[in-house]
Design a protein around this ligand. Structure first.
Ligand code: SF4
Length: 233
């Protein structure tokens, strides 16, 4: 996890402050969506699996071409690992990801009739699909209001004082306890987008942040430089 974080000593945070943060984010981003390109559950699952330690932009660049020739488990198997690898070679960990995409396509075809199983147990049993990938897929398709904790969600949650746990799984559990029900389905997107475009790891834009007055980290991060630049990151 990258970026300066101000330790939060008191948890859970004040309920009114939490409500106000999500109310504000909801007004600014009423319909947040994943920035990954996909057109069904299968292409979404593959795209999310490819996105570990890679940017959405890099994944989209690869999948736009890949899905034009292989957008079903059967077509992906036909392409094979050797055929798939060149499409994703610009993405981190691509060799392992190529193996997993072929293996998961085979399992979807052989065990689930070619349809991605949209329940957490079966989804997480697919090769290369961990808890975080399953959460993103289930949340994006409106099946489960999950909060997948990636580097952005982790950092923003700490800075905003929404969580103070040391691991993504524990932060996820803390967020589930404090995020109001009405905001749960979209909280994942709001925190990611806020972290990607405003509360960035190296240069958080505290001066232009819509929740700055509700953020316990603002003063500390603004003191680090005129634009909130954090030395050493
Ligand atoms: S005030 Fe700064 S640290 Fe706090 S959420 Fe906004 S950008 Fe992040």
């Amino acid at each position: 996890m990258t970026g300066a974080m101000v330790p939060v000593l008191v948890w859970p945070p004040d309920e009114d402050r939490v409500e106000a943060i999500f109310d504000r984010l909801a007004r600014i981003m009423p319909e947040p969506k994943t920035e990954l390109h996909f057109h069904d559950a299968y292409t979404l699952t593959v795209a999310v699996a490819l996105s570990a330690q890679a940017t959405d932009v890099a994944v989209n660049k690869a999948t736009d071409k890949l899905f034009a020739v292989a957008d079903t488990p059967a077509k992906m198997l036909e392409l094979g690992e050797a055929g798939l690898t060149p499409f994703i070679a610009s993405i981190g960990l691509y060799r392992n990801k190529a193996k997993n995409v072929i293996a998961l396509s085979r399992m979807v075809l052989e065990l689930h009739g070619g349809v991605v199983p949209l329940n957490r147990v079966d989804l997480q049993a697919l090769p290369g699909v961990g808890r975080k990938t399953a959460s993103v897929v289930l949340n994006e398709l409106g099946i489960e209001p999950a909060i997948a904790v990636d580097t952005h969600v982790f950092r923003v949650s700490h800075r905003l004082g929404l969580a103070n746990a040391a691991t993504p799984d524990k932060v996820e559990a803390q967020l589930h306890r404090i995020v109001p029900e009405a905001y749960l389905a979209k909280a994942h997107h709001w925190l990611i987008l806020h972290g990607r475009y405003t509360c960035t790891a190296r240069k958080p834009n505290c001066a232009g942040c819509p929740v700055a007055d509700l953020c316990p980290s603002r003063a500390g991060l603004m003191m680090t430089g005129p634009t909130g630049t954090v030395p050493g990151y």
